[in-house]
Design a protein around this ligand. Structure first.
Ligand SMILES: Nc1nc2c(ncn2[C@@H]2O[C@H](COP(=O)(O)OP(=O)(O)OP(=O)(O)O)[C@@H](O)[C@H]2O)c(=O)[nH]1
Ligand SMILES: [Zn+2]
Length: 337
């Protein structure tokens, strides 16, 4: 930024209504605005091009994203829509936190994994409060994580004893952006405090009025860690609802996706369709019924959301069931009475 109106690259570190904080690296974080009504607004983690004019800083360009973490929220009531809300861009790591107590749930982990793969982030499973579990139990839990999170790294941590914190620090390489996902009370704030080495105050929400006079929470920020990595801190992410697509579902359930290749129908829901290879696998014991149940639940949720958002998806769904019904009728006819 040697002369006025030089353009430069910066990372968005905080988002407020109509105002962004951007970090050009090496100098102070700047407050910036955007002109007009841009079709896409920068979110934390975005890389932007900006320009300074005297004391004013303007964002003039948004770089293509490597990935986008989103959540769903209710939209316009009149149109019964669900809106996909972008939370953070270019997230490298999704830290999926579960405590080793009652919070531990493989089914929830599958849900978080789906979300992580969909956002383009690499998941890491963090088993928090590991001091609460006897070591034999802890290694059982880690083994069971491996049964749903194939090849995903799993770190057991404790902010009480400090176990696992060095391994976590090493995983968060300089320049990387990580997001913490997990239920309330699993110890996310304690982890952030341990990583920043401070006792950060709870981030107070910045509340703005949106166009319709409703309150919306806009506090989103990247918390810098001392060695140059960042953690996304946003209250809205604490109890994250699922927003992902079929492809992400397949990444979380590679076993089911592989079996599904042998189903008679390409878009088989593994419910009661004839010629379903997944149901056969459950029948012969090579696939856990529980796992298929969870796949079904997530699949239902995804198709439900897609229908609410996209009328074309609703039509395609009806069409699919028609052709399944036709095929079933044809099968019944072939069967000798
Ligand atoms: N035994 C034990 N307790 C922990 C550990 N980490 C956190 N806790 C306790 O768990 C409780 C919740 O911790 P938080 O860090 O506030 O959890 P959180 O996930 O940020 O919760 P929310 O802010 O509600 O999302 C607190 O009472 C902590 O003292 C740990 O490693 N071991
Ligand atoms: Zn099937």
């Amino acid at each position: 930024m040697s002369s006025e109106s030089d353009t430069f690259r910066a990372r968005v570190t905080a988002v407020h209504k109509n105002r962004w904080e951007i970090d050009p690296g090496g100098s102070a974080v700047l407050g910036a605005r955007m002109d007009g009504a841009p079709s896409e607004l920068p979110v934390v983690g975005d890389w932007v091009t900006a320009q300074t004019h005297g004391s004013l800083c303007r964002i003039i360009g948004l770089e293509p994203r490597r990935g986008l973490l989103t959540r769903k929220r209710p939209g316009d009531v009149a149109h019964d829509a669900v809106v996909e809300q972008p939370i953070a861009a270019n997230v490298d790591l999704a830290l999926l936190t579960m405590a080793v107590d009652d919070d531990f749930s493989l089914r929830r982990l599958e849900r978080y994994l789906t979300l992580a793969w969909d956002s383009g982030a690499t998941p890491i499973v963090i088993l928090t409060k590991s001091d609460l579990a006897p070591s034999a139990h802890l290694s059982d839990l880690m083994t069971s994580v491996d049964t749903v999170a194939f090849g995903v790294r799993c770190i057991a941590t404790s902010t009480s004893t400090g176990v696992g914190l060095d391994e976590l620090r090493t995983a968060l390489e300089p320049g990387m952006v990580a997001v913490l996902l997990g239920s309330s009370g699993v110890g996310k704030s304690s982890l952030v405090n341990a990583l920043t080495g401070t006792d950060r105050q709870a981030v107070t929400d910045v509340r703005d009025f949106d166009g319709k006079g409703r309150h919306t929470t806009t506090s989103r920020q990247l918390v810098p860690l001392p060695w140059g990595a960042y953690i996304v801190d946003t209250p809205g992410l604490r109890e994250l609802q699922l927003w992902a697509d079929e492809e992400a579902l397949a990444s979380s359930f590679p076993d089911i996706a592989e079996l599904a290749d042998d189903c008679r129908f390409r878009d088989c829901t593994h419910g009661s369709e004839p010629g379903c290879a997944v149901l056969s696998a459950v029948a012969d014991g090579s696939l856990q019924e529980e796992r298929l149940e969870n796949w079904r639940r997530l699949h239902r949720e995804l198709t439900y959301l897609a229908r609410r958002v996209d009328p074309a998806a609703a039509r395609a769904e009806r069409q699919k069931w028609k052709s399944i019904a036709r095929a079933r009728r044809a099968l019944n006819k072939q069967r000798p009475d």
